[in-house]
Design a protein around this ligand. Structure first.
Ligand code: HAM
Length: 437
């Protein structure tokens, strides 16, 4: 048996409705915030993600799926959405038409990570990128969009952690004192941190290995090395969040795993025990240099991405049912070949009229056909035998009331519609509406 690659999974039919509902909720929220969808390729040139030889992020150094295509081009499966969107923004000169482009995307990303609960090698992200504005207000708007999604999904115990990495001058000051500090503990640093000490000392703060050591806790904090401009900017972001009544926690060790950030960085964390170690459901920040690093004009930008798998896991754990139980309007049970052919025709009429239906294609027994009607959660079961067919009649059973009647074959559609309308205040009619979910 050929099995799926490690770190991937199938979304089976009983799960896919949840995905569609989540995607639909995301689209509605993006519409409220006026973000427009962008779809970029799943694979890009290697250089889109490997821009900087000093990049120390795990994602870029260890986790990308890189390969040569048949013409020896260096290709990378996208590990995230931001760099591909930035590439497209530059290549399509999106800045010419609009000074600010508010974009969103959804789709699969690929990272060669050790799989565990909430961590896959192929996973799905929803992301937003607001490109073209340096206003602190747009940082707050991006976080507010994330908070709206969390509210819409009914998620509980989600914390927004936020920090600033300041501008280049502030980071330079801070990097110098960090190098000074950590150089004293070279012998105690893990191999990754030793490398970061040379290339990107800020990322040492992101280390999961050294995190609990004393010299780590006594490391200088960025807030003490921010210049006035960076401090003012961050305070404006926080003040806008206060105005929007979004709770946040300041975390001076938050630097994020990607190297392109400057100023605001944030993570949204679910604090539910059952969630496991991978409890960051969404994260993002400002990246004012990425577009120019990729060869575009100097352009400010801020964005955020959520892991859809983690959002669904969080929804399940919050006890929120994203979709109601599915049902169909009519299930046809037919006895004999002629009756089956007629059922197929009748289903066609019902479907044209917007009613969902199904019949048995396996010539099962009467008992097994009734069971299938049940499994499909049919509102009405229609039974067509050879005798009924001769008289152009059909038996119809209302599965909500167990009421059964014999009606004319050509009355099936108006009969069902009438029943659905008559019961406008009852469960049956609610079901009629829910079918469109
Ligand atoms: P990231 O923190 O690398 O940021 O990923 C964002 C989210 O994707 C994570 O918070 C997590 O929910 C999900 N995620 C990441 N890796 C995996 C995985 N292996 N399996 C399942 N879920 C995963 C970015 O990707 C940035 N591009 C975010 C951003 C957008 N910054 C600015 N704009």
């Amino acid at each position: 048996m050929i099995t799926k690659p490690k770190g991937t999974y199938d979304i089976l039919p009983n799960e896919s409705k949840k995905w569609a509902k989540l995607e639909d909720t995301i689209r509605k929220i993006c519409n409220l915030y006026n973000y427009k969808e962008i779809r970029t390729p799943i694979f890009e040139s290697f250089d889109v993600f490997h821009r900087d030889i000093n990049d120390t992020s795990d994602m870029v150094t260890k986790e990308t799926y890189d390969f040569l295509d048949r013409s020896e081009r260096k290709i990378t499966l996208r590990p995230e959405g931001t760099a591909g969107v930035a590439r497209s923004f530059i290549e399509n000169k999106l800045y010419v038409e609009n000074p600010v482009n508010k974009l969103f995307y959804m789709g699969p990303m690929f990272r060669y990570e050790r799989p565990q609960k909430g961590r896959n090698r192929q996973f799905n992200q929803f992301g937003v990128e607001a490109i073209g504005s340096s206003s602190p207000l747009i940082d707050a708007e991006v976080i507010a969009l994330g908070a709206s999604l969390i509210r819409a999904l009914g998620l509980k115990d989600v914390k927004v952690k936020i920090n600033t990495l300041g501008d280049e001058e502030s980071r330079k000051n801070y990097k110098d004192v960090l190098v000074n500090h950590f150089s004293k503990y070279k012998d105690d640093l893990c191999p990754d941190c030793l490398n970061r000490l040379e290339k990107n000392p800020l990322r040492i703060l992101d280390c999961k290995v050294d995190r609990d050591k004393d010299f780590f806790k006594s490391a200088p904090k960025i807030n003490d090395y921010l210049n006035q401009e960076s401090k003012d900017r961050f305070n404006k972001v926080l003040s806008a969040l206060d105005d929007l009544e979004i709770n946040y926690e300041l975390d001076s060790n938050l630097v994020r795993g990607l190297d392109y950030y400057s100023h605001t960085v944030f993570e949204l964390e679910v604090n539910v025990k059952e969630f496991g170690a991978q409890n960051v459901i969404g994260a993002g920040g400002r990246y004012d240099n990425l577009i120019s690093d990729l060869g575009g004009p100097k352009t400010s930008a801020v964005g955020m991405a959520f892991g859809l798998e983690r959002l669904l896991l969080a929804t399940d754990l919050s006890g929120k049912k994203l979709v109601k139980d599915s049902f169909i309007h009519a299930y046809f049970i037919s006895l004999g070949e002629e009756a089956s052919k007629m059922s197929l025709k009748l289903m066609n009429v019902l479907r044209i009229g917007g009613l969902s239906c199904e019949m048995d294609y396996t010539s099962g027994s009467l008992k097994s056909q009734f069971k299938k009607a049940d499994n499909n959660n049919a509102l009405f079961t229609l039974i067509l035998g050879e005798n009924e067919l001769k008289e152009f009649k059909i038996n119809i059973k209302n599965n909500q009331t167990d009421e059964q009647e014999t009606i004319g074959i050509y009355d099936v559609y108006p009969y069902i519609i009438n029943k659905l309308n008559q019961n406008s205040a009852c469960q049956m009619c609610n079901k009629k509406e829910n079918n469109n979910e």
